[in-house]
Design a protein around this ligand. Sequence first.
Ligand SMILES: [Zn+2]
Ligand SMILES: [Zn+2]
Length: 197
Amino acid sequence: MTSTVVCGICYHDIIIRDARQWCTNCEEGLCEDCEIVHRSTENTRTHKIISIIDYQHLKDVLNSEKNIRDIKSSAEEFDKQEENIKKYIQEMREILNKHLNDMEQNLISDFLEKSGSCKIAYANTTKQLISKNDKLAKLKNETESLKRITSDEQIFLGTRRIYKVVEQEINSMKTIFNAAKSYEINLELDSDIFQHF
Ligand SMILES: [Zn+2]
Ligand SMILES: [Zn+2]
């Protein structure tokens, strides 16, 4: 409001004079003399002329309206950016969720496959040992009934035969024991796994 407006018409002739009025049609300031000419000349007679103070006020109002518009549009732009970032974070979250779900599924199925084969091996060994154990129990019964019902010579021959079988069975049990593995389950994460994130 403090800046001085110069007369536009005088300025064309390189004369600096303060404008008193403003022509809203020509959009330039008019000094006192030029205003008189402006109002009397046929072409410019109908132009709307306002005081320079009104013009300054008008300019301030227009400027502040423009400032408000600018601020509003930059606030809207900011909201848009905020929305985009939120959306991006959400998308990243979904990608990570999917990735973790896939990883979990893969780990579980791999783990179940491995633990399943260990369980089968345990079950097989146990089954074999139980059947050997049953056989040994039968042989023990056989020896006892032999002792009860037969002569000493028959006992000697019979038990020799039975002990041979017992020895074989015990050896075979030892073989099963030695072949049997003791399993241990551990989970180790490859540190490379986190490089995908
Ligand atoms: Zn002038
Ligand atoms: Zn004019």
